[in-house]
Ligand binder design. Structure first.
Ligand code: TYD
Length: 209
């Protein structure tokens, strides 16, 4: 590889159901491209064909064991990094990813009960050094998030979870953001769409451009 090529940045968006992540991924990528930065949009689980197949399996026919589920998300991520994230970043492109390691920490860790130390060790084994350079947490009241998700007809299996679980998910993300303030920025997901897009663009600009 040409050693003069600067590694691209990995920006992830996280949040609960209906937090508006997927919309903001598109706005952020458009902003970056306007700055002349080659940008790839992707998502988890998924991003490459093998991981998209795992996604279908996990979301449509969830395994019975939380351990299996954790390993499937880890496998999907490992393939995603090898097939898309690593090559793009090494090629100087930026990657904007809808969900990443923090979703595992929250859904499999906080909700699923997978040990935090095991999650951390798996991140070191499978993800490092492709940790996010910046993570936006779109924080919404779970009630509003659920209403939005329902309105779009996009209910994932976690929507069946009770209010208590949704509150745990929200707190899980906020706790991560508080413990890694250098990487994570909490955004009020209840603001208007373009207002949020503007905030995200400004933060990226200030930090990297
Ligand atoms: P998706 O339809 O993409 O949900 P959303 O639109 O809310 O992003 O489904 C992805 C689901 O997978 C979501 O409920 C969160 C879950 N998930 C995990 O449990 N662990 C993970 O590591 C990832 C990436 C996602």
């Amino acid at each position: 590889m040409d050693s003069t090529i600067k590694r691209g940045r990995l920006v992830t968006l996280e949040g609960g159901e209906g937090s508006g992540k997927s919309t903001q991924v598109v706005h952020l990528a458009r902003f970056l491209r306007e700055q002349g930065i080659e940008t790839v949009i992707t998502r988890e689980p998924g991003g490459v064909p093998f991981s998209e197949r795992l996604r279908e399996l996990i979301l449509q026919e969830p395994p019975s064991s939380a351990k299996t589920e954790f390993l499937m998300f880890a496998a999907a991520r490992t393939e995603h990094i090898a097939g898309l994230i690593q090559p793009a970043l090494m090629d100087g492109r930026w990657v904007v990813c809808d969900r990443y390691i923090d979703s595992t920490r929250v859904y499999q860790g906080v909700l699923g009960g997978i040990d935090a130390a095991l999650i951390k060790a798996t991140e070191t084994y499978t993800v490092a050094p492709f940790l996010p350079d910046l993570t936006f947490l779109l924080d919404v009241n779970p009630k509003l998030g659920l209403e939005r998700a329902k309105a779009r007809g996009e209910l994932s299996r976690y929507d069946a979870a009770d209010e208590d679980d949704h509150a745990k998910v929200r707190k899980g993300f906020l706790d991560i953001a508080a413990s890694e303030p250098g990487r994570c920025v909490v955004i009020d997901g209840q603001e208007r769409e373009m207002e949020i897009a503007g905030q995200i663009a400004q933060i990226v600009k200030r930090r990297f451009l």
